[in-house]
Design a protein around this ligand. Structure first.
Ligand SMILES: Nc1nc2c(ncn2[C@@H]2O[C@H](COP(=O)(O)OP(=O)(O)OP(=O)(O)O)[C@@H](O)[C@H]2O)c(=O)[nH]1
Ligand SMILES: [Mg+2]
Length: 423
Protein backbone atom coordinates (compact mmCIF):
# COMPACT_ATOMS: atom_id res chain seq x y z
CA UNK A 1 0.00 0.00 0.00
CA UNK A 2 1.21 3.50 -0.63
CA UNK A 3 1.61 4.49 2.96
CA UNK A 4 3.05 7.95 2.58
CA UNK A 5 4.10 9.51 5.82
CA UNK A 6 3.13 13.04 6.68
CA UNK A 7 6.78 13.99 6.85
CA UNK A 8 7.30 12.70 3.32
CA UNK A 9 4.22 14.17 1.76
CA UNK A 10 4.69 17.73 2.97
CA UNK A 11 6.19 19.68 0.09
CA UNK A 12 7.67 22.35 2.34
CA UNK A 13 7.84 22.79 6.10
CA UNK A 14 4.25 22.82 7.30
CA UNK A 15 2.98 24.79 10.21
CA UNK A 16 0.16 23.71 12.44
CA UNK A 17 -2.22 25.10 15.00
CA UNK A 18 -2.39 22.80 18.02
CA UNK A 19 -5.70 22.31 19.74
CA UNK A 20 -6.57 20.76 23.08
CA UNK A 21 -9.42 20.38 25.49
CA UNK A 22 -8.46 21.45 29.01
CA UNK A 23 -10.26 19.19 31.46
CA UNK A 24 -8.97 21.19 34.43
CA UNK A 25 -6.30 18.61 35.29
CA UNK A 26 -3.58 21.25 34.96
CA UNK A 27 -1.49 19.36 32.40
CA UNK A 28 -2.70 20.96 29.17
CA UNK A 29 0.36 23.17 28.71
CA UNK A 30 2.74 20.27 29.25
CA UNK A 31 0.68 18.13 26.84
CA UNK A 32 0.83 20.79 24.15
CA UNK A 33 4.54 21.42 24.66
CA UNK A 34 5.01 17.72 24.12
CA UNK A 35 2.71 17.70 21.08
CA UNK A 36 4.69 20.61 19.67
CA UNK A 37 7.92 18.61 20.08
CA UNK A 38 6.29 15.54 18.55
CA UNK A 39 5.16 17.57 15.54
CA UNK A 40 8.66 19.05 15.23
CA UNK A 41 9.97 15.50 14.89
CA UNK A 42 8.04 15.10 11.66
CA UNK A 43 8.86 18.54 10.30
CA UNK A 44 5.73 20.40 11.36
CA UNK A 45 6.24 23.69 13.16
CA UNK A 46 3.83 25.10 15.71
CA UNK A 47 1.96 28.20 14.49
CA UNK A 48 -0.18 28.71 17.59
CA UNK A 49 -2.53 27.05 20.06
CA UNK A 50 -6.22 27.03 20.80
CA UNK A 51 -7.43 25.40 23.99
CA UNK A 52 -10.83 25.21 25.57
CA UNK A 53 -11.86 24.46 29.10
CA UNK A 54 -14.52 21.75 28.89
CA UNK A 55 -15.16 18.38 30.44
CA UNK A 56 -14.65 16.42 27.25
CA UNK A 57 -14.29 17.11 23.54
CA UNK A 58 -17.38 18.04 21.52
CA UNK A 59 -18.50 14.89 19.67
CA UNK A 60 -18.76 16.53 16.25
CA UNK A 61 -16.30 19.44 16.32
CA UNK A 62 -13.89 18.67 19.18
CA UNK A 63 -14.13 22.34 20.24
CA UNK A 64 -17.23 24.35 21.04
CA UNK A 65 -18.67 26.73 18.44
CA UNK A 66 -17.00 29.90 19.64
CA UNK A 67 -13.55 28.38 20.02
CA UNK A 68 -13.92 26.75 16.62
CA UNK A 69 -14.36 30.22 15.11
CA UNK A 70 -11.23 31.38 16.95
CA UNK A 71 -9.41 28.39 15.50
CA UNK A 72 -10.52 29.18 11.95
CA UNK A 73 -9.37 32.77 12.38
CA UNK A 74 -5.98 31.68 13.72
CA UNK A 75 -5.56 29.21 10.87
CA UNK A 76 -6.15 31.92 8.29
CA UNK A 77 -4.05 34.56 10.04
CA UNK A 78 -1.05 32.23 10.40
CA UNK A 79 -1.52 30.47 7.07
CA UNK A 80 -1.17 27.15 8.85
CA UNK A 81 -1.95 24.19 6.63
CA UNK A 82 -2.51 21.72 9.44
CA UNK A 83 -4.54 21.45 12.65
CA UNK A 84 -3.37 18.90 15.22
CA UNK A 85 -5.60 17.78 18.07
CA UNK A 86 -4.03 16.55 21.28
CA UNK A 87 -6.53 13.67 21.53
CA UNK A 88 -7.36 10.89 19.14
CA UNK A 89 -10.14 12.23 16.91
CA UNK A 90 -13.19 10.41 15.62
CA UNK A 91 -14.11 10.66 11.96
CA UNK A 92 -16.91 13.07 12.81
CA UNK A 93 -14.54 15.37 14.68
CA UNK A 94 -11.99 15.31 11.87
CA UNK A 95 -14.70 16.18 9.42
CA UNK A 96 -16.14 18.94 11.56
CA UNK A 97 -12.73 20.53 12.09
CA UNK A 98 -11.75 20.20 8.42
CA UNK A 99 -14.97 21.78 7.25
CA UNK A 100 -14.59 24.70 9.64
CA UNK A 101 -10.91 25.43 9.00
CA UNK A 102 -10.13 24.13 5.51
CA UNK A 103 -6.89 22.72 6.95
CA UNK A 104 -5.59 19.17 7.00
CA UNK A 105 -6.74 17.78 10.34
CA UNK A 106 -4.70 15.16 12.14
CA UNK A 107 -4.35 14.00 15.73
CA UNK A 108 -1.66 13.19 18.24
CA UNK A 109 -1.91 9.46 17.51
CA UNK A 110 -1.20 9.97 13.85
CA UNK A 111 1.83 12.12 14.65
CA UNK A 112 3.21 9.43 16.98
CA UNK A 113 2.52 6.73 14.39
CA UNK A 114 4.37 8.82 11.84
CA UNK A 115 7.41 9.14 14.09
CA UNK A 116 7.42 5.41 14.69
CA UNK A 117 7.28 4.84 10.94
CA UNK A 118 10.27 7.10 10.43
CA UNK A 119 12.27 5.36 13.19
CA UNK A 120 11.47 1.72 12.46
CA UNK A 121 14.62 0.13 11.11
CA UNK A 122 14.37 -3.56 11.96
CA UNK A 123 11.96 -5.93 10.23
CA UNK A 124 10.18 -6.45 13.53
CA UNK A 125 9.82 -2.75 14.29
CA UNK A 126 8.65 -2.08 10.74
CA UNK A 127 6.03 -4.84 10.84
CA UNK A 128 4.63 -3.67 14.16
CA UNK A 129 4.61 -0.03 13.10
CA UNK A 130 2.86 -0.79 9.85
CA UNK A 131 0.29 -2.88 11.67
CA UNK A 132 -0.41 -0.02 14.06
CA UNK A 133 -0.83 2.45 11.20
CA UNK A 134 -3.16 0.15 9.33
CA UNK A 135 -5.28 -0.48 12.40
CA UNK A 136 -5.52 3.24 12.95
CA UNK A 137 -6.43 3.97 9.34
CA UNK A 138 -8.87 1.06 9.05
CA UNK A 139 -11.05 2.47 11.79
CA UNK A 140 -11.09 5.73 9.85
CA UNK A 141 -11.66 4.19 6.43
CA UNK A 142 -14.66 2.35 7.84
CA UNK A 143 -16.45 5.56 8.62
CA UNK A 144 -15.16 7.68 5.79
CA UNK A 145 -17.15 6.25 2.89
CA UNK A 146 -20.15 8.49 3.16
CA UNK A 147 -18.37 11.70 3.92
CA UNK A 148 -15.92 11.24 1.09
CA UNK A 149 -18.54 10.71 -1.56
CA UNK A 150 -20.22 13.83 -0.27
CA UNK A 151 -17.04 15.88 -0.12
CA UNK A 152 -15.52 14.40 -3.23
CA UNK A 153 -12.37 13.39 -1.41
CA UNK A 154 -11.49 16.90 -0.29
CA UNK A 155 -11.08 18.23 3.20
CA UNK A 156 -9.19 16.60 6.02
CA UNK A 157 -9.40 13.23 7.60
CA UNK A 158 -5.86 11.93 7.91
CA UNK A 159 -4.21 9.35 5.76
CA UNK A 160 -7.38 7.58 4.61
CA UNK A 161 -9.09 10.68 3.37
CA UNK A 162 -6.07 12.08 1.67
CA UNK A 163 -5.60 8.98 -0.38
CA UNK A 164 -9.26 8.13 -0.87
CA UNK A 165 -11.02 9.14 -4.02
CA UNK A 166 -14.49 7.57 -3.95
CA UNK A 167 -16.33 4.56 -2.67
CA UNK A 168 -14.92 1.93 -5.02
CA UNK A 169 -11.37 2.88 -4.20
CA UNK A 170 -12.32 2.83 -0.54
CA UNK A 171 -13.77 -0.65 -0.78
CA UNK A 172 -10.57 -1.83 -2.40
CA UNK A 173 -8.48 -0.03 0.17
CA UNK A 174 -10.41 -1.55 3.00
CA UNK A 175 -10.03 -5.07 1.68
CA UNK A 176 -6.33 -4.59 0.98
CA UNK A 177 -5.83 -3.16 4.45
CA UNK A 178 -7.59 -6.10 6.06
CA UNK A 179 -5.51 -8.60 4.12
CA UNK A 180 -2.31 -6.83 4.99
CA UNK A 181 -3.34 -6.67 8.65
CA UNK A 182 -3.89 -10.43 8.64
CA UNK A 183 -0.46 -11.05 7.09
CA UNK A 184 1.34 -8.73 9.49
CA UNK A 185 -0.47 -10.26 12.46
CA UNK A 186 0.84 -13.69 11.36
CA UNK A 187 4.34 -12.32 10.96
CA UNK A 188 4.29 -10.78 14.43
CA UNK A 189 2.88 -14.04 15.82
CA UNK A 190 5.96 -15.79 14.44
CA UNK A 191 8.22 -13.26 16.12
CA UNK A 192 6.43 -13.89 19.41
CA UNK A 193 6.84 -17.62 19.02
CA UNK A 194 10.57 -17.28 18.46
CA UNK A 195 10.81 -15.04 21.48
CA UNK A 196 8.88 -17.59 23.50
CA UNK A 197 11.46 -20.23 22.65
CA UNK A 198 14.38 -18.12 23.79
CA UNK A 199 12.46 -17.19 26.91
CA UNK A 200 11.92 -20.88 27.75
CA UNK A 201 15.62 -21.41 27.42
CA UNK A 202 16.27 -18.48 29.71
CA UNK A 203 13.81 -19.79 32.30
CA UNK A 204 15.67 -23.08 32.35
CA UNK A 205 18.98 -21.36 32.81
CA UNK A 206 17.42 -19.11 35.44
CA UNK A 207 19.06 -15.92 34.27
CA UNK A 208 16.97 -13.09 35.69
CA UNK A 209 15.73 -10.41 33.29
CA UNK A 210 16.04 -6.77 34.32
CA UNK A 211 14.06 -4.55 31.94
CA UNK A 212 14.48 -0.82 31.53
CA UNK A 213 11.25 1.05 31.11
CA UNK A 214 10.30 4.69 31.24
CA UNK A 215 9.12 7.76 29.45
CA UNK A 216 10.56 8.41 26.02
CA UNK A 217 13.86 10.35 26.11
CA UNK A 218 14.43 9.60 29.81
CA UNK A 219 17.82 8.02 29.09
CA UNK A 220 17.13 4.27 28.96
CA UNK A 221 19.45 3.54 26.05
CA UNK A 222 22.18 5.76 27.48
CA UNK A 223 21.88 3.83 30.74
CA UNK A 224 22.07 0.45 29.01
CA UNK A 225 25.18 1.61 27.18
CA UNK A 226 26.84 3.01 30.30
CA UNK A 227 25.95 -0.04 32.34
CA UNK A 228 26.82 -2.80 29.94
CA UNK A 229 29.07 -1.23 27.32
CA UNK A 230 26.35 -1.85 24.73
CA UNK A 231 26.06 0.37 21.69
CA UNK A 232 22.32 0.93 21.60
CA UNK A 233 21.24 4.05 19.76
CA UNK A 234 20.79 6.91 22.23
CA UNK A 235 19.66 10.24 20.89
CA UNK A 236 17.89 13.40 21.87
CA UNK A 237 14.84 12.30 19.93
CA UNK A 238 11.45 11.01 20.92
CA UNK A 239 11.20 7.27 20.31
CA UNK A 240 14.81 6.78 19.25
CA UNK A 241 14.42 3.14 20.32
CA UNK A 242 11.74 0.89 18.86
CA UNK A 243 13.42 -2.48 19.20
CA UNK A 244 14.64 -4.47 22.14
CA UNK A 245 18.35 -4.72 22.91
CA UNK A 246 19.44 -7.19 25.57
CA UNK A 247 22.83 -7.49 27.22
CA UNK A 248 24.31 -9.86 29.77
CA UNK A 249 25.57 -8.29 32.99
CA UNK A 250 27.73 -9.72 35.77
CA UNK A 251 27.89 -7.67 38.95
CA UNK A 252 28.02 -8.31 42.69
CA UNK A 253 28.12 -12.05 42.10
CA UNK A 254 24.99 -12.07 39.96
CA UNK A 255 24.48 -12.70 36.34
CA UNK A 256 21.43 -11.21 34.68
CA UNK A 257 20.10 -9.87 31.42
CA UNK A 258 19.35 -6.19 31.02
CA UNK A 259 17.08 -5.08 28.21
CA UNK A 260 16.13 -1.73 26.75
CA UNK A 261 13.02 -1.18 24.71
CA UNK A 262 10.51 1.35 23.39
CA UNK A 263 9.63 4.27 25.66
CA UNK A 264 6.18 5.44 26.70
CA UNK A 265 4.37 8.72 26.26
CA UNK A 266 0.99 10.05 27.38
CA UNK A 267 -1.93 9.08 25.19
CA UNK A 268 0.08 6.37 23.47
CA UNK A 269 -2.24 5.27 20.64
CA UNK A 270 -4.05 2.02 21.41
CA UNK A 271 -3.25 0.78 17.93
CA UNK A 272 0.43 1.02 18.86
CA UNK A 273 0.10 -0.78 22.17
CA UNK A 274 -1.79 -3.55 20.34
CA UNK A 275 0.64 -3.81 17.47
CA UNK A 276 3.75 -3.63 19.66
CA UNK A 277 2.65 -6.53 21.83
CA UNK A 278 5.67 -8.61 20.73
CA UNK A 279 8.07 -5.88 21.88
CA UNK A 280 6.16 -4.83 24.98
CA UNK A 281 5.75 -8.44 26.07
CA UNK A 282 9.39 -8.31 27.08
CA UNK A 283 8.37 -6.09 29.99
CA UNK A 284 5.74 -8.54 31.19
CA UNK A 285 8.41 -11.24 31.54
CA UNK A 286 10.84 -9.08 33.48
CA UNK A 287 11.92 -10.13 36.97
CA UNK A 288 12.79 -6.54 37.86
CA UNK A 289 11.64 -3.32 36.17
CA UNK A 290 14.03 -0.39 36.28
CA UNK A 291 11.84 2.67 35.86
CA UNK A 292 14.11 5.33 34.38
CA UNK A 293 12.87 8.85 35.19
CA UNK A 294 14.27 12.06 33.70
CA UNK A 295 14.64 13.80 37.05
CA UNK A 296 15.44 17.09 35.32
CA UNK A 297 12.10 17.26 33.50
CA UNK A 298 9.53 19.70 34.91
CA UNK A 299 6.95 17.15 33.80
CA UNK A 300 8.47 14.23 35.72
CA UNK A 301 5.55 13.55 38.08
CA UNK A 302 3.05 13.19 35.23
CA UNK A 303 5.59 11.11 33.31
CA UNK A 304 5.96 8.68 36.22
CA UNK A 305 2.17 8.33 36.35
CA UNK A 306 1.96 7.68 32.61
CA UNK A 307 4.64 4.99 32.77
CA UNK A 308 2.98 3.27 35.69
CA UNK A 309 -0.44 3.21 34.10
CA UNK A 310 0.99 1.96 30.80
CA UNK A 311 2.83 -0.81 32.66
CA UNK A 312 -0.37 -1.92 34.29
CA UNK A 313 -2.23 -1.71 30.98
CA UNK A 314 0.20 -4.13 29.36
CA UNK A 315 0.25 -6.36 32.44
CA UNK A 316 3.85 -5.78 33.56
CA UNK A 317 3.88 -6.38 37.29
CA UNK A 318 7.46 -7.15 38.38
CA UNK A 319 8.97 -5.22 41.31
CA UNK A 320 9.94 -1.67 40.31
CA UNK A 321 13.15 0.14 41.15
CA UNK A 322 12.96 3.86 40.37
CA UNK A 323 16.08 5.22 38.72
CA UNK A 324 16.28 9.01 38.79
CA UNK A 325 18.47 9.81 35.82
CA UNK A 326 20.07 13.05 34.60
CA UNK A 327 21.06 14.03 38.14
CA UNK A 328 23.95 15.96 36.54
CA UNK A 329 21.38 18.38 35.09
CA UNK A 330 20.56 19.84 38.54
CA UNK A 331 17.03 18.55 39.00
CA UNK A 332 14.72 20.22 41.44
CA UNK A 333 14.63 18.66 44.93
CA UNK A 334 12.96 16.91 46.62
CA UNK A 335 12.52 14.18 44.05
CA UNK A 336 9.02 12.75 43.71
CA UNK A 337 8.24 9.65 45.72
CA UNK A 338 6.68 6.53 44.25
CA UNK A 339 5.23 4.41 47.04
CA UNK A 340 5.00 1.31 44.82
CA UNK A 341 8.70 1.36 44.09
CA UNK A 342 11.00 -1.05 45.98
CA UNK A 343 13.93 1.34 46.00
CA UNK A 344 15.11 4.65 44.56
CA UNK A 345 18.51 5.44 43.20
CA UNK A 346 19.95 8.66 41.78
CA UNK A 347 22.25 8.40 38.78
CA UNK A 348 23.61 10.13 35.74
CA UNK A 349 23.92 7.75 32.83
CA UNK A 350 25.94 10.47 31.13
CA UNK A 351 28.64 10.94 33.81
CA UNK A 352 28.42 7.46 35.34
CA UNK A 353 27.55 8.85 38.79
CA UNK A 354 25.49 6.38 40.83
CA UNK A 355 25.93 3.39 38.55
CA UNK A 356 27.69 1.35 41.26
CA UNK A 357 24.84 2.00 43.65
CA UNK A 358 22.40 0.95 40.95
CA UNK A 359 24.30 -2.30 40.34
CA UNK A 360 24.18 -3.02 44.06
CA UNK A 361 20.44 -2.34 44.31
CA UNK A 362 19.69 -4.51 41.28
CA UNK A 363 21.69 -7.36 42.84
CA UNK A 364 19.84 -6.95 46.16
CA UNK A 365 16.48 -6.93 44.40
CA UNK A 366 17.32 -10.07 42.44
CA UNK A 367 18.44 -11.71 45.66
CA UNK A 368 15.06 -11.05 47.21
CA UNK A 369 13.10 -12.47 44.27
CA UNK A 370 11.26 -15.68 44.82
CA UNK A 371 11.36 -18.17 41.99
CA UNK A 372 9.44 -21.44 41.65
CA UNK A 373 11.37 -24.55 42.67
CA UNK A 374 10.61 -28.28 43.01
CA UNK A 375 12.59 -30.14 45.63
CA UNK A 376 12.58 -33.61 47.13
CA UNK A 377 13.88 -33.44 50.69
CA UNK A 378 14.78 -36.72 52.40
CA UNK A 379 12.98 -37.41 55.68
CA UNK A 380 16.33 -37.41 57.46
CA UNK A 381 16.65 -33.66 56.72
CA UNK A 382 13.87 -32.59 59.03
CA UNK A 383 15.68 -29.34 59.91
CA UNK A 384 15.72 -28.32 56.25
CA UNK A 385 11.95 -28.83 56.00
CA UNK A 386 11.56 -26.53 58.99
CA UNK A 387 13.75 -23.88 57.40
CA UNK A 388 11.82 -24.19 54.14
CA UNK A 389 8.52 -23.69 55.93
CA UNK A 390 9.72 -20.50 57.58
CA UNK A 391 11.60 -18.99 54.63
CA UNK A 392 9.75 -20.05 51.46
CA UNK A 393 6.26 -19.88 50.08
CA UNK A 394 4.97 -23.47 49.89
CA UNK A 395 2.75 -24.15 46.86
CA UNK A 396 2.25 -27.90 47.37
CA UNK A 397 3.52 -30.69 49.58
CA UNK A 398 3.46 -34.43 48.93
CA UNK A 399 4.82 -37.21 51.12
CA UNK A 400 6.58 -39.80 48.99
CA UNK A 401 8.47 -42.95 49.88
CA UNK A 402 11.88 -41.31 49.76
CA UNK A 403 11.07 -37.88 51.14
CA UNK A 404 8.83 -34.81 50.96
CA UNK A 405 8.18 -33.39 47.48
CA UNK A 406 7.71 -29.63 47.68
CA UNK A 407 6.76 -27.04 45.11
CA UNK A 408 7.80 -23.73 46.52
CA UNK A 409 8.86 -20.15 45.92
CA UNK A 410 12.40 -19.54 47.07
CA UNK A 411 14.71 -16.55 47.07
CA UNK A 412 18.29 -16.74 45.86
CA UNK A 413 19.77 -17.81 49.19
CA UNK A 414 17.23 -20.58 49.82
CA UNK A 415 17.60 -21.79 46.23
CA UNK A 416 21.32 -22.16 46.92
CA UNK A 417 20.77 -24.02 50.18
CA UNK A 418 18.43 -26.48 48.46
CA UNK A 419 20.26 -26.81 45.18
CA UNK A 420 21.21 -30.46 45.72
CA UNK A 421 17.58 -31.48 46.31
CA UNK A 422 16.09 -29.92 43.18
CA UNK A 423 14.16 -32.40 41.05
N1 LIG B 1 22.28 15.52 31.05
C1 LIG B 1 22.02 14.22 30.85
N2 LIG B 1 21.48 13.82 29.69
C2 LIG B 1 21.24 12.50 29.51
C3 LIG B 1 21.52 11.56 30.53
N3 LIG B 1 21.14 10.34 30.09
C4 LIG B 1 20.67 10.53 28.84
N4 LIG B 1 20.73 11.81 28.48
C5 LIG B 1 20.33 12.42 27.19
O1 LIG B 1 18.94 12.26 27.00
C6 LIG B 1 18.64 12.03 25.62
C7 LIG B 1 17.83 10.76 25.47
O2 LIG B 1 18.60 9.66 25.82
P1 LIG B 1 18.24 8.19 25.35
O3 LIG B 1 19.15 7.26 26.08
O4 LIG B 1 18.17 8.09 23.88
O5 LIG B 1 16.77 8.07 25.96
P2 LIG B 1 15.72 6.87 25.82
O6 LIG B 1 15.01 6.78 27.13
O7 LIG B 1 16.42 5.64 25.34
O8 LIG B 1 14.75 7.47 24.72
P3 LIG B 1 13.80 6.73 23.63
O9 LIG B 1 14.50 5.51 23.12
O10 LIG B 1 13.64 7.79 22.60
O11 LIG B 1 12.52 6.43 24.34
C8 LIG B 1 19.99 11.95 24.91
O12 LIG B 1 20.24 13.21 24.33
C9 LIG B 1 20.96 11.66 26.04
O13 LIG B 1 22.26 12.13 25.76
C10 LIG B 1 22.08 12.02 31.78
O14 LIG B 1 22.36 11.29 32.72
N5 LIG B 1 22.30 13.37 31.86
MG1 LIG C 1 16.14 4.56 23.69
Amino acid sequence: MGNGRLSETAAEPESAVLIAVDDGGGTTDACLDELSALAGNIGIEEAGRVTQRREKPHPARYLGKGRLEDLSALVSVTGAGVVIADDELTNAQMRGLAEATGALVIDRSLVILDIFAARASSAEGAAQTELARLKYSLSRLAGLGKSLSRQGGGGGGGMGARRGGGETKLELDRRAVRERIARLTDEIGEIKKRRGVSRDRREKNRVPLVSLCGYTNSGKSTLLNAFTGADALAEDKLFATLDTTTRRVEAHGFEYLMSDTVGFIRKLPHALIDAFSATLEELTFADVLLHVVDASSPDRVAQIQTVKSTLSEIGASAPIVTVFNKMDASPRKPLPFDRDSRAHVEISARTGEGLDALAYIVAETIKSLRRPLRVLIPYAKGDLIGLTRSRCGIVSEQFLENGTLLELLADEEMSGIMSEYIV
